[in-house]
Design a protein around this ligand. Structure first.
Ligand code: GLU
Length: 283
């Protein structure tokens, strides 16, 4: 088994991150497998090296060790571009120049019973889908996946879930297409997207079990679609419960009060953090 923890260095790690990291670490150890750390820093406007250092410190303090060198997504842009070229040559992605407000106005007034949002935000109305495509894949533009065209090639999608809703999950790609729309595969300012980078890297690192929060669960079929289009294996997924504050709100990076560093400053031990999260003592 190979698991990974893949934080973005855009703020302090909080209890929710500690939960993900420790679950992934414990699962790998229990299976005699490997645990990897990956720094997801494709959003260079928000990533900071101070946060990356703090991630290392917090994880060490929690008793987690990982293999080095650590994979950093900002070093992997050529891999993402290669995957994009592959999708471009299969005629599955297209440039999009719509702004968020263009999309909103194209969608018009909300109609009752019509789903507006998919796992990647507003369902794209397709404005740029059928414009003539340049021969060469353009750079520094937004690229979207023509999900209906992709769905025609894919048929049935499937993945194994070992966390919440454990079992063998299946869906027709055409149904996923309807509820997801043409999602962004490369952002203009990044040259890639979370969805593309995570799929390419989980495969490159031979990750067998992806452990992550239930907030990303809805995006799993988007990832399975990319895996199939790029001929990459689909790992097993383990979506875990979200760690919430007393008011039941999901923790966010800005919730400094629940930052691991804060607990540590206040004298908590890693064992206290495990107890707080309902995790067994480390072996
Ligand atoms: N980089 C993502 C995050 O912030 C991780 C997503 C994943 O594990 O697939 O939290």
């Amino acid at each position: 088994m190979i698991t990974r923890f893949a934080p973005s260095p855009t703020g302090p790690l909080h209890l929710g991150h500690a939960y993900s990291a420790m679950l992934a670490y414990d699962m790998a150890k229990a299976a005699g497998g490997r645990f990897l750390l990956r720094i997801e820093d494709i959003d260079q406007s928000r990533a900071r090296s101070e946060w990356e250092l703090q991630i290392y410190n917090d994880l060490h303090w929690l008793g987690i060790t990982w293999e080095t060198p650590v994979l950093r997504q900002s070093d992997r842009m050529t891999n993402y571009t290669d995957a994009l070229k592959d999708l471009w040559s299969s005629n599955l992605i297209y440039p999009c120049t719509c702004s968020r407000s263009d999309i909103k106005s194209a969608l018009g007034a909300p109609q009752e019973g019509v789903q507006l949002h998919g796992p990647d935000g507003l369902i794209y109305p397709g404005t740029c889908r059928n414009l003539p495509r340049p021969d060469q894949m353009p750079r520094d533009v937004t690229l979207r996946l023509d999900i209906r065209k992709a769905a025609e090639r894919l048929g049935q999608l499937a993945f194994e879930e070992t966390g919440r809703d454990a079992g063998h999950h299946t869906a027709l790609a055409s149904d996923v297409a309807k509820t997801s729309g043409d999602y962004v595969i490369a952002r203009k300012d990044m040259g890639t997207s979370y969805h593309l980078a995570v799929v390419v890297d989980d495969a490159a690192q031979n990750v067998t079990d992806v452990i992550r929060g239930a907030d990303i669960q809805d995006a799993t079929y988007l990832h399975v679609i990319l895996q199939k289009l790029l001929h990459l294996p689909t790992p097993a997924y383990h979506h875990h419960r979200l760690i919430r504050d007393e008011a039941g709100k999901r923790l966010a990076k800005r919730d400094d009060a629940r930052a691991i560093a804060k607990y540590r400053e206040e004298g908590a031990t890693p064992a206290d953090i495990r107890h707080m999260l309902g995790l067994p003592d480390s072996a």
